[in-house]
Ligand binder design. Structure first.
Ligand code: LIP
Length: 295
């Protein structure tokens, strides 16, 4: 069934509503666990790459909520939760807590991110409004987000979007800044968990910092992209984030007017490098840091 027909539009709305329900329910769960001192911390790729039982509980709750009503969909979760595709063409990309370090330190910049994505060539979804906003990674499938939600339970901020229908925060339509000057731009970014990755990111920062207003490192890519969408950042770039960190945020930012680009004119936004901003800022960021993002 094409998403362009009435049923298709209804389907987009239902996908967005399901993302909202799953993200807000999981946000309530993790906040309750934190308030009940029921959060236990472990590590993953390094001693500073943390994961908690709240991440895993939230991911399980999100997957159960989605597959209960859409059993044919596939799911990819940061903490390993997944469901094999039943042929619907939809893959849900989930970060149960984006900004886990902030969550553990009780810094109010941690979000639940839920995105419904499709892959190229699936006729059922090729008629969706808005320019194709494909993202991919050198070693991951190319996909496009068609509906998504990001919920910050600390601030009770719900960001939501579906392709072609704009983006909102708590019901207020969002429009990003149209400032064109990199020299006065406030730019968000983030850093990885290994020394090698951080050296690369520091090199990028060293090259960019003298040319901008300032950097903001909030610790959640999903939240960075929402702040861009609402005009609280003028641009964002990061090397090394995963699809679950950005899958919902790129749609929310794009529906608020952002361009989402990669390391070069012919590179998709991906874990190699993701850049977001209005056209002038995105191009300027790419010209400064793009060449430093090796494969
Ligand atoms: C985080 C990203 C952030 C990045 C952090 C971390 P996590 O995701 O959202 O932008 O700078 O290093 O990867 O690990 O908290 O889900």
């Amino acid at each position: 069934m094409s998403a362009a027909d009435g049923d298709g539009a209804h389907t987009l709305e239902s996908l967005e509503a399901l993302a909202v329900d799953a993200a807000t329910e999981a946000g309530g769960l993790i906040l309750a666990m934190l308030e009940n001192a029921d959060v236990h911390v472990a590590t993953k790729s390094s001693s500073v790459d943390v994961v908690t039982n709240a991440d895993r509980a939230a991911e399980s709750a999100i997957i159960e909520r989605i597959t209960r009503v859409r059993s044919d969909d596939a799911v990819l979760g940061e903490e390993g939760g997944h469901s094999v595709s039943g042929g619907s063409g939809i893959t849900w990309v989930i970060d149960p807590i984006d900004g886990t370090t902030n969550f553990v330190y009780r810094i109010p910049a941690a979000c639940v991110s839920v995105a419904a994505t499709v892959e190229p060539g699936d006729e059922r979804w090729m008629h969706i409004p808005n320019s194709p906003l494909w993202h991919g990674a050198p070693d991951a499938p190319v996909r496009r987000t068609i509906a998504g939600a990001i919920f910050n339970p600390f601030t009770n901020e719900l960001y939501r979007a579906r392709a072609g229908a704009g983006a909102s925060r708590n019901g207020e339509q969002l429009r990003m800044n149209d400032s064109a000057e990199l020299a006065t731009a406030l730019i968000g970014t983030g850093f990885g968990y290994t020394a090698e990755r951080r050296r690369e990111q520091a090199e990028m920062l060293l090259k960019l910092l003298p040319s901008i207003r300032d950097i903001r490192r909030l610790g959640s890519a999903a939240y960075d992209l929402c702040l861009l969408a609402q005009g609280s950042l003028d641009g964002y770039y990061e090397r090394g984030i995963q699809e679950w960190d950005f899958a919902a945020g790129v749609l929310i930012a794009a529906e608020a007017g952002a361009r989402i680009i990669g390391a070069s004119q012919d590179a998709l936004p991906s874990s190699r490098l993701l850049i977001a901003g209005n056209s002038a800022i995105a191009d300027a960021l790419q010209s400064v840091v793009g060449s430093l993002a090796s494969d």
